[in-house]
Design a protein around this ligand. Structure first.
Ligand SMILES: [Zn+2]
Length: 298
């Protein structure tokens, strides 16, 4: 794509000086000149239709809408504001509060919240759900409780109204998170099997629900938190995933203050997206502005 990788605000505005540039960017990354018309099936030059966010086939007049199927589809908010909001999401570590978007973009709080919500879903989509691990790979698995009111019961892991997030991270690789209803074995094991390839060496703590992972196609190594050590004799540890939890909690508690259980998965996915691109942060904006769901026939 012809886009440089803007890292500063002034670079951003140089790349995307107005809505027209943003629309043209979407057209180029999704179709491009010469794109075969879905209607007449001829390779066409496409002409900008000024009255709407569309381009027209030179042969039959069929319209292409570059925003269809993107987070920007059903919105009157200027495309440049959307692109800038995404830029902010890619240049922060702890996330972007809706209040901050409201202030910077001059939109209502409701609009800002909805934009942030759609951007998080987009990050989740782009990140995808490819299984991690595999033969010879080390995967750390851990669950955490987020939000709600802290209460500790006899079992030490009283869920009360907190949300349970299961996290799995391949050492040196990607993290994947999923919100689960509880920490029962019948819940956690299928969730793990859906995301962690067989043959992986999995590292967990001593939560009973993890006890039989050795019978599920994994090599299983357990950390002994109980004796005050976070690394077992065999070197098992879950420090990578614990680092990820700290980052996610800093974002939720520090930036967003309160996130309800039903929305939490999106904040986890946002953190996941960023963590998985920790070694190439400059690739995030170009990726988010060029990766969209496959086009269905218009
Ligand atoms: Zn045509």
């Amino acid at each position: 794509m012809g886009m440089t990788k803007p890292q500063t605000i002034s670079q951003f505005f140089k790349c995307f000086p107005d809505d027209e540039t943003c629309l043209n960017h979407l057209f180029e990354v999704r179709f491009g000149q010469g794109f075969e018309c879905p209607s007449c099936e001829r390779s066409s030059n496409w002409y900008r239709i000024k009255a709407e966010r569309a381009y027209s086939c030179q042969w039959c007049g069929h319209h292409l809408h570059p925003t269809v199927g993107t987070p920007f589809e059903k919105t009157r908010t200027p495309l440049q504001s959307w692109f800038y909001a995404i830029f902010l999401f890619t240049t922060t570590r702890n996330g972007v509060a809706a209040k901050e978007l409201q202030r910077q973009l001059g939109v209502t709080y409701k609009t800002a919240w909805r934009m942030a919500d759609l951007i998080r879903k987009h990050m989740a989509d782009v990140d995808g759900e490819t299984p991690i691990g595999g033969e010879g790979k080390e995967v750390e698995i851990d669950e955490t409780l987020i939000g709600g009111v802290a209460r500790t019961g006899k079992q030490g892991r009283n869920l009360s109204n907190k949300t349970v997030v299961l996290g799995m991270v391949e050492r040196g690789g990607d993290v994947v998170t999923t919100v689960v209803p509880d920490v029962k074995r019948a819940t956690l094991v299928p969730a793990i099997k859906a995301h962690v390839a067989e043959g992986s060496t999995v590292n967990t703590d001593h939560l009973h629900s993890y006890a039989k992972l050795g019978e599920e196609g994994y090599r299983h190594d357990r950390v002994n938190h109980n004796v005050g050590s976070y690394i077992s004799d065999t070197g098992a540890h879950v420090q990578t995933i614990e680092g990820f939890w700290s980052q996610l909690k800093r974002s939720i508690n520090g930036t967003h203050i309160h996130v309800s259980g039903k929305h939490l998965w999106k904040y986890a996915k946002e953190a996941e997206y960023r963590f998985n691109r920790r070694n190439r942060p400059e690739a995030m904006l170009p990726e988010l502005l060029s990766t969209f769901r496959p086009l269905s026939a218009e």
